[in-house]
Design a protein around this ligand. Structure first.
Ligand code: MCN
Ligand code: CUM
Length: 794
């Protein structure tokens, strides 16, 4: 539902159409590929056709002879500059250009800089590379086999493909809980490798001005400040001479957090040629080489009493990290926030082990609205709950309601150490059931099953699937969370001009989430300045304060906190100025949105605009009060915020063809205070579509030689309006007790929560065959094969 124009809220929180859309819908956005500089050259990358092969030789002479080519660079050239390898954000190393061998199909081998994009591409074909193919690890399950080819033989003393083992929880306590249980259910669950597939691919325009020594990089990044510092550290460039500009971004979804070889190559390209250099991926390059998501092979075990009280959960994960460990997540958490897998339920014991391995696939690991692996965690627990419900022959809603953490238990500490800030799960769950008409759906289903049992097998089968999620979003605080030593806190700066209009400078960066609108709304809420009078500046390191960027739905929890705090600083300063203007003590003043007035005499007051003018004027200010109203702040969040939600999918499955139609989808989200409900709903709509994509259509598949089987949108399917029902949304509002405005993040909630609901719904439809689990994507062929050769329960 979109509110009509006249309902746009003018001041503070509420529904309001996005300010940035005025340029987006007119085609007036400025994306990296729109950047054109005089004399700009174009860079193209030669990529490996093999998943694993020794590089015997590279001959670049023909490419160099191309009349429009300005430079051809191989790994050997970079090696001589000490730039052939770069650190990843998980303390591993990654080849910028391959020197010794290639380790995944699509890996960067050489690059060409030419006068135009076409010549650069043509010249790639003139480079002769002789490869000697090596045995390939395309299946993580074989990575640790004795005698498996060692992928990372560049690392000294490395004799296997093991990356790390990581545990959380209490193993002994969990074993004891399992020993005391009436029922134990186990399932092998794969969350397949998927890709965020933003419509804008990755790219950079790099320009080193040799006269000033200033390096300016327009680049597709979700974290401009972090990128600046990393360029400085890695390339040894002075940080004050680096300017990272992240202009309009056409979707990030986690795929634009890390630093890709291409970004570095564009910088090398401008250093080598002395000209601005543009590199822009094509679709296939984006799909085969940039950060994938998931690829978690999970073995879950859940223990409970006969009447459905959960006692414990255990998980063993084999994590496929590809050829380089390039996962983006806070340093102390090699498996991200996966150990939040205990979910929304109250039980004492949980344990997990994660073993990560190298394979001959692209690096990455967290992307695609992952909330640092909470996606995998929610999928695991919500599948396990349904498996337990099936075993106990209990309604899955009833089982959840019986085990929820209760309202009076918050703040709640989980068995793996998370402290959930606030929640009221039963209310949210019941609201979703009410919107769905849950009991009626079950009745419809019973009638359908009876008809089938009686021999009438016409038509489709209805499935109803539930997923209830809790996420932890808003990384830091910085004492617990950092990326490569950079603590996860955010800066904000607010300037109020003499006429009462304001400019807010943020460290986080929008990729489509509407920050120019919602962050202005936060300032408006705090100061009463109309939202349209507040300009938001972001995505340019020369113009904004330092901060760690946008991912893990951290902008509202962290930069949103910074924005509220900096606005309050302005308000406090304004109070002192107002007191001087009114010639009263500041203690006698009271605030209402937009003005300070004298307690008991509301006529006597000054608006924020009047105060702003006076603060810049000749008014005599009290001792110690600086002029102007500008303020800065660094917000170090006390903890994560914990949004949650109840999702119900209703599907119609045709067992004869395996086709799944999502008939209805009900989503009741609780992200605390909603700044702009319209934007929140948009975020949820997008995430639910993602869920349909992953549950039913998407997988990054490889053959046994490591060849990519989904390198275009013909094979890697994105959901469209045709696959999506008209979403039915509801909301509950449980503010975060420690966030300045009570807001929790929401940007990844629906992607995190929805796949389990859809899979649970499909398996529910197939109940007559007692199918207990099936891995995504539930394509027609996969669904059809589930029932083949299985007896139908009658
Ligand atoms: N919001 C709100 N009230 C709340 C919470 C959020 O009004 N209680 C608003 C925010 O102010 C912001 C939007 O909703 O305008 C999303 O806020 P938040 O949950 O803080 O998430 P981020 O802004 O940090 O965005 C990151 C998140 C992530 S990690 C991925 S991945 C993802 C997502 O956002 N990528 C997206 N949504 C996306 N949406 C678009 N269009 N494009 C992407 O690349
Ligand atoms: Cu992990 S996808 Mo988002 O955090 O940018």
């Amino acid at each position: 539902m979109t509110a009509p124009v006249e309902e746009d809220v003018k001041v503070g929180f509420g529904r309001m159409r996005r300010v940035e859309d005025a340029r987006f819908i007119r085609g007036r956005g400025t994306y990296v590929d729109d950047v054109q500089l005089p004399g700009m050259l174009h860079l193209a990358i030669l990529r490996s056709p093999y998943a694993h092969a020794k590089i015997v030789s590279i001959d670049t002479s023909a490419a160099e002879a191309h009349p429009k080519v300005k430079a051809v660079v191989t790994g050997a050239t970079l090696d001589s500059l000490g730039l052939a390898w770069m650190p990843t954000i998980s303390y591993d190393t990654q080849a910028v250009l391959a020197t010794d061998k290639v380790r995944f199909q699509g890996q960067e081998v050489a690059f060409v800089v030419a006068e135009d994009r076409y010549s650069a591409r043509d010249a790639l074909e003139l480079i002769e590379v002789e490869y000697e193919p090596l045995p390939v690890i395309a299946d993580a399950k074989t990575a640790l086999d004795p005698g498996a080819p060692v992928i990372r033989d560049d690392k000294e003393g490395k004799a296997d493909n093991h990356i790390y083992d990581w545990q959380a929880g209490d193993k002994d306590k969990t074993d004891a809980a399992f020993a005391a249980a009436d029922v134990v259910v186990s399932e092998e669950i794969l969350y397949p490798r998927v890709h965020p597939a933003p419509l804008e691919t990755c790219g950079s325009v790099a320009h080193l001005d040799k006269a000033t020594g200033k390096l300016t990089v327009w680049t597709t990044t979700q974290a401009p400040h972090a990128h600046r510092t990393l360029y400085a550290i890695v390339a040894g460039l002075p940080e004050q001479k680096i300017r990272i500009i992240s202009p309009d971004i056409g979707g990030g979804f986690g795929g634009k957090v890390g630093i890709y070889p291409g970004y570095v190559l564009a910088v090398v390209g401008t250093i080598v040629t002395g000209k601005p250099v543009k590199w822009m991926e094509d679709r296939s390059e984006n799909l085969v080489s940039t950060a994938f998501a998931r690829d978690y092979h999970m073995t879950g075990e859940i223990a409970a009493t006969a009447d459905g009280k959960i006692l414990g959960l255990k998980v063993n994960v084999l994590a496929d990290h590809g050829a380089f460990n390039g996962v983006a997540q806070p340093t102390k958490y090699p498996a991200g926030f996966f150990h939040i897998f205990t979910g929304s339920y109250d039980y004492g014991a949980a344990w997990c082990n994660v073993t990560a391995v190298y394979t001959n696939k692209a690096p990455g690991g967290v992307a695609y609205a992952c909330s640092f692996r909470i996606t995998e965690a929610v999928y695991l627990v919500e599948r396990m709950i349904d498996a337990l419900a099936a075993k106990l022959d209990m309604d899955p809603a009833e089982l959840r309601l019986r085990n929820f953490i209760q309202e009076d238990q918050f703040p709640y500490t989980t068995p793996t150490g998370w402290t959930y800030d606030s929640g009221n799960y039963p209310v949210t769950m019941r609201k979703a059931m009410e919107i769905a008409g849950y009991e009626k759906l079950r009745e419809e289903q019973r009638a359908q099953r009876e008809r089938w049992a009686a021999g009438d097998r016409s038509g489709t089968l209805t499935g109803v699937g539930i997923s209830f999620f809790t996420e932890g979003v808003g990384a830091g605080p910085r004492k617990h969370m950092d990326i490569l030593g950079l603590g996860m806190a955010d800066g904000a700066e607010l300037r109020v001009h003499p006429t009462g209009k304001a400019v807010l400078r943020l460290s986080c960066q929008s990729q489509g989430q509407g920050h120019e609108t919602t962050f202005a709304q936060i300032v408006s809420h705090e100061l009463g300045i109309p939202t349209l009078d507040i300009e938001v500046v972001h995505g340019d390191t020369d113009q904004t304060p330092f901060g760690l960027g946008t991912y893990g739905s951290r902008s509202t929890p962290v930069s949103g906190g910074a924005t509220a705090v900096v606005a309050r600083k302005v308000r406090d300063r304004a109070k002192l100025v107002a007191a001087a203007m009114l010639e009263v003590s500041h203690e006698d003043l009271e605030w209402e949105q937009g003005r300070w007035f004298v307690k008991g005499d509301p006529e006597q007051g000054k608006t924020i605009a009047e105060i702003a003018m006076a603060a810049h004027g000749a008014l005599e200010l009290p001792e110690g009060v600086e002029g102007h109203l500008d303020a800065t702040c660094v917000y170090n969040p006390p903890d994560l915020t914990y949004p949650f939600g109840a999702y119900i999918a209703v599907v119609d499955v045709d067992p004869g063809t395996g086709v799944v139609k999502v008939r209805r989808f009900i989503a009741v989200d609780d992200c605390g205070t909603r700044i702009n409900p319209m934007i929140v709903e948009g975020q949820i709509h997008g995430g639910l579509a993602d869920g349909i994509g992953m549950a039913l259509m998407q997988v990054m598949a490889f053959d046994t030689d490591g060849n990519h089987l989904g390198s275009s949108f013909m094979d890697y399917l994105l959901p469209t309006s045709l696959e999506c029902p008209s979403w039915e949304l509801g909301e509950t509002v449980t503010p975060s007790p420690h966030h300045p405005i009570g807001a929790k993040g929401v940007g990844e909630s629906a992607t995190v929560g929805s796949p389990a609901a859809i899979v649970n719904a499909v398996l529910d439809a197939l109940k007559p065959w007692d199918v207990t689990h099936a891995d995504m994507p539930l394509t027609p062929a996969n669904v059809w094969s589930l029932t083949q050769g299985r007896p139908l329960r009658t």
